[in-house]
Design a protein. Structure first.
Length: 274
């Protein structure tokens, strides 16, 4: 296992990018050279390196690097918490649907179909529009849209292991459904859950950035990558760096989690090592 981990280039590259984003978010107060919310109208729309601003300033004279560093905290927090909610609910529903089958599987499957019938961004937009823009509502919206992704993956994984001898032996000895699910089914579906979670964080960060860009994310003046892109769209001709640097930050985060998830799948999927 260790040899496969170190031999997976996507896993190593993705892990390095994820670590970079995570450390940036955790150490934001130490890494940010200035207060990300401090306005200086006399230093607005500065270019990279001007007046001590490494990446320049926005239309209010706020240090762009500081806003991007603090924006990493919002994006990572939204992605992690939303995916935790989606994975938790999807885990329970997927395990129940896959193991119990019958009408339970049918009802849960129809629920997943309803959610998946809406485009992810459109559904998240609708939820935030109803609940109102805030960090909590943003996380709820993203979490709801991710539930079917985890539920379907876990349902399929449970069905795959349900016919194995150790599952049938537990049932033959009269073990309860709860015991069989938690002691036998759950450990065998963790690999696909881990992979889906990593890929889900990448998607969640992208959705959060999209909603923030559209003005339905975290309310201003909180710094988010999406809101920074939105701030800079009016000044692409004279200060393209505002949107460009924020877009690059999103690319690094999404690419990191995507590569990390792909690498984990290559390592944890036994079918790829036969």
């Amino acid at each position: 296992m260790r040899a496969r981990l170190t031999a997976s280039r996507p896993l190593m590259v993705g892990g390095a990018l994820v670590l970079l984003v995570a450390l940036t978010a955790l150490l934001a107060p130490l890494l940010a050279p200035q207060d990300p919310y401090l306005q200086d109208l006399g230093a607005r729309l500065l270019g990279p390196g001007e007046q001590g601003h490494l990446l320049g300033t926005d239309q209010f004279g706020r240090d762009l690097l500081s806003r991007l560093v603090y924006g990493a905290r919002v994006s990572l927090q939204a992605g992690l918490v939303a995916v935790a909610i989606g994975a938790g609910v999807g885990l329970v529903l997927g395990l129940c649907a896959g193991y119990l089958g019958g009408w339970v599987d049918m009802i849960i499957g129809r629920l997943f179909d309803i959610i998946l019938s809406f485009p992810t961004i459109l559904l998240a937009l609708a939820i935030v529009a109803v609940l109102g823009p805030s960090m909590v509502n943003l996380i709820i919206a993203i979490g709801v849209t991710t539930v079917p992704n985890y539920g379907r993956v876990l349902r399929g994984a449970v069905i795959a292991v349900k016919s194995r001898e150790f599952m049938q032996a537990s049932e033959a000895f009269g073990a309860s459904n709860t015991y069989v699910i938690t002691r036998h089914a759950l450990p065998n579906v963790l690999p696909p859950l881990i992979v889906t979670t990593s890929l889900g964080i990448a998607a969640a960060i992208l959705v959060e950035a999209t909603l923030s860009f559209l003005g339905l994310g975290v309310p201003p003046p909180t710094a988010t990558w999406g809101s920074v892109i939105n701030d800079g769209k009016q000044y692409l001709d004279i200060a393209p760096g505002i949107s460009t640097w924020a877009g690059m930050a999103i690319v690094v985060a999404v690419l990191g989690f995507s590569l990390f998830g792909d690498g984990l799948r290559d390592v944890l999927d036994p079918r790829l090592h036969k």
